[in-house]
Design a protein around this ligand. Structure first.
Ligand code: ADP
Ligand code: TRP
Length: 356
């Protein structure tokens, strides 16, 4: 496979485009929710934005992790980005820990972020309960590291799902209230000149919240201990069929949207529409009178067909480790050049002695 020799997007005349940054944690194979709710949208953004996508491995160790698994999951996640259609010629694809500015800016931001801003983060409270007595300081600090990820790249927009909006709000508050308004140098008019760009959330297209196969009221998630609750992008066809066969149903005939008593029908019908490339109206009309026994094989077939090309690209990518390593090396270079400049700006504003 040819390795991308294109210029960095910033140097290739794309600087006027609004910049986007996003990332997913390498904590196991991505599932249909990650794909349909996040990565599919990133792919579309590549034509209109200057896109940075990282594999956030430093975030992955905020809960207990298996060292033998981390590097493997990082490669899997990066390869899945590419297999889903992230194009390294158009996007900067990199591993968070390869760019040391993330950890460094995180520390600087830590020292200006009030502890009580972190203690009220919903995701922290939820994850802390799950961890019991062994909660790391890193878990509390997770949103500050995420703020560093975003702010280092002067991102204009950050595509996030509902669950991450509070973290993005925190990144905005840190940039505006704790860095710009305290440390921005004063211009001739007495106003402070901003040091960090304050990012906006990018609300993703609706209808892409994928729910668990075993409970239509909770989100499909990598962290659900029941593997039958999710379809990963790497599940082989038989496993996909088996998981869909066992998916929770209800006693009613016919699939429909929007019945609050039937979250599973709503979820599986939405999945069918997305995977089969049908409009919601067309899918609803097609399946309105179908029993579950007819519908499930149809859904399984659509899922297998939608994932087949992606799985094929994934195996090609994994069989060429040099290519993937080169993509990540180039990504690291491009990302570092942007991130290091931002870090230098913040270091200077905070009064650190220059390194050069
Ligand atoms: P998980 O909850 O499975 O660990 P992450 O928190 O790593 O997933 O999420 C990575 C990205 O995928 C985020 O942008 C998130 O909003 C999106 N995402 C995760 N689960 C779903 C889902 N079930 N439906 C839609 N989007 C999802
Ligand atoms: N916290 C995000 C999630 O769980 C992952 C993430 C880390 C991220 N850093 C980011 C997302 C920066 C967007 C931008 O989904």
């Amino acid at each position: 496979m040819p390795v991308n020799s294109a210029q960095p997007p910033g140097a290739a005349g794309l600087t006027q485009r609004p910049r986007v940054l996003s990332g997913v944690q390498p904590t196991g194979a991505l599932h249909l929710g990650n794909w349909l709710g996040a990565i599919r949208n990133w792919v579309d953004l590549q034509s209109s934005h200057d896109t940075f996508f990282c594999v956030v491995d430093l975030h992955a160790i905020t809960v207990p992790h298996e060292p033998a698994q981390l590097a493997e999951d990082t490669l899997t996640t990066a390869a899945l980005y590419l297999a889903c259609g992230i194009d390294p010629q158009r996007s900067t694809v990199f591993v968070q820990s390869h760019v040391s500015a993330h950890s460094e800016l995180c520390w600087l931001l830590n020292c200006v972020t009030p502890l009580n801003w972190l203690e009220r983060m919903i995701q922290f409270k939820e994850k802390a309960v799950k961890q019991g007595s062994d909660v790391s300081a890193g878990l509390l600090d997770y949103p500050v590291l995420m703020a560093a990820d975003i702010l280092l790249y002067d991102a204009d927009r950050v595509p996030v799902g509902e669950d991450q909006k509070q973290h993005l709000e925190l990144a905005r508050d840190i940039a505006q209230q704790r860095i710009n308004s305290r440390f921005g140098p004063k211009g001739s008019d007495g106003e402070r000149i901003p040091i960090l760009k304050v990012p906006e959330p990018l609300i993703l297209r609706e209808g892409a919240r994928v729910m668990s196969l075993t409970d239509g009221r909770s989100k499909m998630s990598k962290s659900d201990p029941n593997e039958g609750s999710r379809i990963t992008l790497l599940d082989p066809p038989e496993l996909i069929s088996r998981k869909i066969k066992r998916a929770k149903t209800d006693p009613q005939m016919g699939l429909e949207f929007g019945n609050p008593e039937r979250p599973e029908a709503d979820n599986l019908l939405a999945l069918y529409a997305l995977l089969a490339g049908r409009s919601r109206e067309a899918a609803a009309a097609e399946c309105a009178a179908m029993g579950w026994g007819t519908f499930k094989p149809l859904l399984a077939e659509a899922a297998v067909a939608a994932l087949a090309p992606l799985q094929e690209r994934y195996s090609e990518l994994r069989s060429d480790p040099l290519y993937l390593a080169e993509v990540l090396r180039q990504g690291r270079e491009r990302a570092s050049s942007v991130a290091d400049a931002t870090l230098a700006r913040v270091r200077h504003a905070l009064g650190f002695l220059s390194r050069s």
